[in-house]
Design a protein around this ligand. Sequence first.
Ligand code: ATP
Ligand code: MG
Length: 507
Amino acid sequence: MSVSFFNKYLKKHKVTVLFIILTAIFSFTFEFINPLIFRIIIDNIFIGKEFYLLNYIILIIISFFIVSSITGYFNTYLTNKLEYNLYKEMSVELFDKILNSSVKNHESNNVGDLMARIMGNVQLASKIVPQILLHMFMNLLLIFIPLAIMFYFNFYLTVVIVSPCILFLFLNVYMGKKIEIYESKVLKINGVLSSFLKEFLSVFLMLKVFNLKDWVNKKFEGKNKEYYNMSLKSGKVMASNYSLNFIFFALVITLFIIFGGRMVIDDSVTIGTFTAFLTYINMFFSPMAQISLLWSEYKSSLPVIDRINEIKEIKIENLGDKKLNITNGEIFFNNVDFSHENNKILENFTVQFSRGLNYIVGDNGTGKSTIMQLICGLYNVNEGEITIDKQNIDSLDPESLLNNIAIVFSYPYLFKGSIYENILVGNLEASKEEIDEVCRLVELDEFISSKEEGYDYDVGEAGQFLSSGEGQKVALARAIIKNSPILLLDEVTKSIDEETRNILSVR
Ligand SMILES: Nc1ncnc2c1ncn2[C@@H]1O[C@H](COP(=O)(O)OP(=O)(O)OP(=O)(O)O)[C@@H](O)[C@H]1O
Ligand SMILES: [Mg+2]
């Protein structure tokens, strides 16, 4: 699963991956040669008295240290670089996918959970190849090389020593499955926690004034406890898996001492070979323990791929491609039925809005805001059609439709940033003079000049540093600067002062 998932990303970085593998192999070479060198020191120099070999040995050791340190640097650097690149590419892709999804789809998601996926889950996923799979591959190499050397030295002894590996394999597969199941639940709860935090930290003021500190804390504690319990279950499996490896190692060493020891006594192996064997067993066991750890990590990271795929698999609806051509400026709702899930909002609704000022009045929840959202094509109608100058909006390219519409929602939708930027997003091409003009029009100019930072005044998260009227005026300025043929105003006069209201009715 993870191979096909990463295939696309890794293709781009195959040279880096190759360099990571090569540099790792160089860095490890010394470790393999080391026992061979000691074998020569013991058997040839100490016992065989071939002292002239000593100078060569020292030279070899120094050169290997230098090569290992250089390749070690590049290995770590490239591994980190690959991880950060994967993170960047995956998170940008997910963000783009979410931005392209429909409003309806977005409503079915949870913003906090999406944040946890783009940040935490992608971060974990970007480690799978560079930090887990590549290390596993290296450790596999580390196993095979001492294994090959051991087989070369003594086939029979090696078979006896490595036979418990089958047990090791079964154990890891079984534990890995358990870890994957638990971690999938841990990630889900993590998403819930993230949503919870996002939700309640954005209503901080309400929590304060209603003194809900204890109430919300208790809720948080409850959710945290679920997270703790599930993580602990997974942690326990990982710990048992790790500790069982020691039993496996003890088995290997016992077999070696029993069989290898007897061979030394029988003179069928030299003391040098016995010592080298011992080092190779250590060299064999340490990557085995690493593989077991990495395997647990791999299995615990795998569920993030499902969570990322859920975003990647969001269906982008088939959209129309016709360009909107406005002639008379007539918007027509023809027998429209529309519901939010099972909640019917409009039924057999027919109305015509003609060029000029049109008003919609009605009780709360009757569907006034919904009508405006439908005109913007944010939702599809269930029955009937909405046309603009006889062009069904379903057949239109959404960009072309929205280029012709400016809307002020009843909620101003401001984002943290300057007043200037909050207005500019209405029309990214607008000049400073045009923004000046529109601010004068909605009577924001005085407020802006009263601020030391002027246009750079930071409106705060969701516009919290502005009064509701000021926020509404910024939203209004943003819509006016778009200069669209259709301007939709949803309760825009709700909080703005009378003078600005009069300007609106004049326009
Ligand atoms: N995104 C949504 N998902 C589900 N139901 C929704 C959604 N938006 C609105 N509704 C429901 O649709 C109905 C109409 O809502 P709408 O906002 O259009 O009313 P409104 O006429 O603008 O009301 P108000 O005068 O209070 O602004 C309401 O009952 C509301 O609960
Ligand atoms: Mg409304």
